[in-house]
Ligand binder design. Structure first.
Ligand code: SF4
Length: 260
């Protein structure tokens, strides 16, 4: 018997190639304390299962379901052969997985017992006590860093950046890749990029950044959720701008990639 711990997930993605090394299974835990203007997984924000309109806008479907650790692990174990051959494993994403930290802790322990590689995709907004509890069971952190200015962070995400920065500092020494969402005029401003560069340069052990360009792929989800999308008219960053950012971070010695 694994554990009776249960949690709410809204998706399990197989053969994921951009959520950490190798071929992975990504488990999306529901619930996020942030409300980013550009969120492309808005169905992951509410911690509870919810009814949304289906594609045809004629009937409703439920997003999110309660599952046990055993059920999730059974799904993960179906793809062991791919993890072995590709150096892959399991990624926990969301939403923000740390919001269901007990459930996450049980899942990580179950993975560790099976010697499965684990990645945690996190926005870092949590108490240090929670992060400290799980950090030794995580092989790689994909750590979102959106903006440094606290007022702007509060405006565009709904929460302070201070615990995110503090937790990142305390995690130094762990295996961490920074993920920077490139949102034109919001995170991608000269001021924010300079502050980000300045801040990251002071960290000694973090050497890799992934740039995540703004895109419109999740737009239909806002319609289904009957929610306003405030960035409806925003265009993705140009290839020239992305190349500039790649050059900037590479020039500072960071391994820098587009996407995960
Ligand atoms: S942290 Fe991620 S999941 Fe949460 S609101 Fe922001 S973009 Fe969406």
């Amino acid at each position: 018997m694994e554990t009776q711990s249960k949690g709410v997930i809204f998706d399990i993605k197989k053969y994921a190639l951009h959520d950490g090394p190798g071929i992975r299974t990504t488990v999306f835990l529901k619930g996020c304390p942030l409300n980013c203007w550009w969120c492309h997984n808005p169905e992951g924000q509410n911690p509870e299962p919810e009814r949304i309109w289906s594609n045809q806008n004629t009937q409703k479907e439920i997003i999110g379901r309660e599952v046990s650790v055993e059920e999730v692990i059974a799904e993960i174990e179906k793809d062991l052969i791919f993890y072995d051959e590709s150096g892959g494993g399991v990624t926990f994403s969301g939403g923000e997985p740390l919001m269901q930290h007990d459930f996450l802790d049980h899942l990580l322990t179950a993975c560790q017992t099976r010697e499965l590689s684990t990645t945690l995709d996190t926005c870092g907004y949590s108490s240090w006590e929670i992060i400290e509890k799980i950090k030794d069971k995580v092989d790689l952190f994909l750590y979102d860093l959106k903006m440094i200015d606290d007022k702007n962070h509060q405006k565009y995400t709904g929460v302070s950046v201070l615990p995110i920065l503090s937790n990142l500092k305390r995690l130094e020494g762990e295996n961490i890749i920074i993920r920077f969402p490139v949102i034109p005029g919001i995170t991608d401003t000269e001021e924010n990029v300079n502050q980000l560069v300045d801040w990251l340069s002071k960290l000694e052990t973090i050497k890799e950044i992934n740039l995540l360009p703004f895109h419109k792929i999740g737009y239909s989800k806002y319609l289904k959720l009957n929610r306003e999308n405030v960035l409806l008219d925003l265009n993705p960053p140009s290839p020239e701008r992305l190349n500039q950012l790649l050059d900037t971070f590479r020039g500072l010695g960071f391994i820098t990639k587009l996407g995960g």
